[in-house]
Design a protein around this ligand. Structure first.
Ligand SMILES: Nc1ncnc2c1ncn2[C@@H]1O[C@H](COP(=O)(O)OP(=O)(O)O)[C@@H](O)[C@H]1O
Ligand SMILES: [Mg+2]
Length: 271
């Protein structure tokens, strides 16, 4: 698939309602080529709706969407050839082995040597050892990696990942993050959605926040942080976050001992 000049994705004035429910109320953003763009929004914000429109699965009520230079309304087939989509729910077939899943997709895509393509993907996503086991036996992280690998068999220039780490344990999340970074490193444009602030912070070059049907802000992490007033010392009541608890229990090299702060409800927090 040829890669076109100009932004990878351009969305203008996008609107979508389900009956009386206005989910998207005029969404505008651009994603330049390469790198990782995170669309951050809480549950029900409209992330999946947006991704479905960008991937031609759903028609918008108004607005234009250009993906890889093609209009989703009039050039849907070209858009589909330019993208891959990994949804919230995996396309993996449990009965098949990891390798069989990949061979199947390669055959569906009419690739010349499905076995070789499958083996390359297994290697790239560190699934070679597990390749002859049924997907049923995979951990959450392995399964999600296989799902992403399957969607990448045709190496499209743009990939949509809709909540790629939803439901994964911390180890599984890290594994998926690695895969996403590897993809972006090869020049693929990644648009991912997430509800997790830390995921956007860790992974994304640019972050857009979708809230009440519009993009509230769109920028780099540093640009978003600059929107808040300068740091100052405050006294706040703060309970330990789950992350504090997790690392206090599991331990993390190089991270300072949490000390006594967590045994009391009140602590001094500098921000
Ligand atoms: N097919 C549908 N019919 C009616 N309402 C829907 C449909 N799909 C999604 N919604 C509603 O639209 C809103 C946005 O949903 P969604 O795009 O799935 O949000 P997100 O992916 O950010 O959680 C939610 O309130 C959801 O209940
Ligand atoms: Mg969703």
């Amino acid at each position: 698939m040829t890669t076109h000049q100009g932004p990878a994705i351009r969305v203008q004035g996008l609107e979508k309602s389900y009956k009386d429910l206005k989910v998207l109320r005029g969404v505008d953003f651009e994603v330049s080529r390469g790198g990782i763009f995170a669309l951050l929004g809480s549950n029900g914000a409209g992330k999946t709706t947006l991704v479905r429109i960008l991937s031609t699965l759903l028609r918008p009520d108004a607005g234009t969407v250009i993906v890889n230079g093609f209009d989703v309304a009039t050039q849907a087939a070209d858009v589909r050839e330019s993208i891959s989509l990994t949804g919230q729910f995996a396309a993996v077939d449990d009965i098949l082995t990891g390798r069989e899943n990949l061979v199947l997709v390669a055959k569906l895509r009419h690739l010349a040597d499905p076995g070789r393509v499958a083996d390359e993907m297994l290697e790239r996503f560190s699934l070679t050892e597990a390749s002859s086991r049924r997907a049923l036996t995979y951990s959450g992280g392995m399964r999600r990696r296989l799902d992403i690998a399957m969607s990448l068999v045709a190496s499209p220039p743009v990939i949509f990942l809709d909540e790629p780490t939803a439901g994964l344990d911390p180890q599984g999340r890290l594994e998926v993050w690695e895969v996403v970074r590897e993809l972006a490193g090869r020049g693929t444009t990644v648009l991912l959605t997430t509800q997790y602030l830390d995921e956007a912070e860790q992974l994304a070059d640019r972050i857009a926040i979708l809230h009440e049907g519009r993009i509230l802000v769109n920028g780099t992490l540093a640009e978003l942080q600059a929107l808040l007033p300068a740091p100052k010392v405050e006294y706040v009541e703060k309970k330990p976050t789950l992350e504090d608890v997790f690392f206090a229990l599991v331990g993390e090299n190089g991270k300072e001992d949490a000390g006594d702060d967590h045994s009391v409800g009140t602590m001094t927090k500098e921000r």
